[in-house]
Write a protein that binds this ligand. Structure first.
Ligand SMILES: *Cc1c(COP(=O)(O)O)cnc(C)c1O
Length: 412
């Protein structure tokens, strides 16, 4: 893989849209391979923020004046963009949240008050991010429900036979990650949702990575909840989306109380607003919600399939090059894998690898990747992780592999 023409994406032109990529770090051109932690932002997103604050900053909904109407319209257009992005059937099912972490907390909290009871079971998996573990543990503590964990096979895939055995009539919630941020594994979430629905459980998909790399169709998946964070999909931090099935959201209690989520308040009793506003108490993150739309349209214009092909080509190339390094082991060898490459190197600490690569202008992530139970399960303290985005190139992969070999030579 020697040219940029191997995919349908004009990566060279596309890189021009990302101002942050064009800089030197420690005297070397920046190679940004930490995209699974957060992606860089295209100019359209940065401009949308600037325009909002320079031209129509205003609080939304119920405003009588021009700026309020303009901000409200832009905010609601973004909700429609998110609906389309997930193929939800209506905007009432599209809630703005801070990100996946807040989405899981919202759902786990509401379900702990209106769905889960002592003895019920919540099924998650071994490869979950802390944000899809801890809120469920809190919900279990509150209700007396029990957490069950689907194990993995040697490739870092979900053990589907074990999943089958764990999903029983006692299962009230199944919450699993679409793509593992630590292993890159793409999980068969549709099949899992089908199994969970067959026993009457509610289903939550953590799409923090999935929504970035795969086309998502919540109606096709038939899940009850699906969440993603804007900042991993080329949008700002502090904004994300929670899809919730209307019939479920209507039955659940609200999460936060306050302005916007009410219909009428008296000191005796409050009635709640209609969806989606019932779940959006207080002044929301207006600017970042508006900018989210531009990121989603940016992704749609390139096309998720083309992005995935590009990123998987980088993954295959990178895996091939780094596997030649003596003592390097790739962690996560699933058959279905997105552009995330985790590895350990015998006799070399991942932290030292990260520091030496940074000296050479290369940004990767090292450590437990917010998946401590997974690391413990694998008998690892952590890994080094290179994760790819649409703006990365085969040339960068080559420089990375050379730098990694150099780092290993220095550390051994
Ligand atoms: C990043 C990530 C999260 C948490 O997302 P936040 O944006 O930090 O709320 C959850 N799950 C996975 C798989 C992630 O990659």
């Amino acid at each position: 893989m020697s040219s940029l023409t191997s995919s349908s994406i004009d990566v060279r032109a596309l890189r021009e849209e990302f101002p942050v990529l064009h800089q030197q770090i420690n005297g070397k051109p920046l190679i940004y391979f930490d995209n699974a932690a957060t992606s860089q932002k295209p100019r359209v997103v940065i401009e949308a923020l600037k325009q909002y604050y320079e031209q129509y900053n205003s609080n939304i909904h119920r405003g009588a004046h021009h700026l309020a109407a303009k901000a409200t319209e832009a905010y609601e257009q973004s909700r429609e963009a998110a609906r389309r992005f997930l193929n939800a059937s209506s905007i009432e099912e599209v809630l703005f949240v801070r990100g996946v972490t807040e989405a899981v907390n919202l759902v786990a909290d509401c379900l702990s008050r209106a769905w889960l009871q002592a003895g019920d079971e919540v099924v998650i998996s071994t490869m979950e991010h802390h944000s899809n573990i801890v809120p469920w543990q809190m919900a279990c503590e509150r209700t007396g429900a029990v957490l069950k964990v689907i194990p993995l096979n040697d490739l870092g895939e979900l053990d589907m036979a074990q999943a089958e055995a764990l999903i029983t009539p006692r299962t009230k919630v199944l919450s699993v990650v679409h793509i593992s941020n630590a292993l890159g594994t793409i999980n068969p979430v549709k099949e899992l949702v089908r199994k969970a629905k067959a026993v009457g459980a509610l289903t939550f998909i953590d799409g923090a990575q999935g929504a970035v790399h795969l086309p998502v169709d919540v109606q096709g998946l038939d899940c009850d909840f699906y969440a993603f964070s804007g900042h991993k999909v080329y949008a700002p931090t502090g904004i994300g989306v929670l899809y919730g099935r209307r019939s479920v959201l209507e039955k659940l209690p609200p999460y936060h109380g306050g302005g916007e989520m009410i219909k009428e308040v008296t000191f005796e009793k409050t009635t709640y607003n209609d969806l989606p506003f019932k779940y959006e108490a207080g002044t929301p993150n207006i600017a970042d919600a508006i900018a989210l739309r531009y990121a989603l349209e940016f992704v749609e214009q390139i096309g998720k399939e083309a992005m995935l092909r590009h990123e998987q080509a980088l993954l295959t190339y990178a895996t091939d090059l780094v596997s030649r390094i003596d003592g390097l082991q790739v962690i996560g060898q699933a058959k279905e894998k997105a552009g995330i490459l985790s590895f350990v190197i015998e006799g070399v600490h991942h932290h030292d690898v990260g520091v030496l690569l940074d000296n050479m202008g290369i940004a990767i992530r090292t450590g437990h990747h917010c998946t401590q139970p997974l690391m413990r399960y694998l008998g690892l303290e952590g890994t080094s992780r290179a994760s790819f985005a649409v703006y990365n190139t085969p040339e960068e992969v080559e420089r990375f592999a050379e730098a990694l070999q150099k780092a290993v030579n220095m550390l051994r």
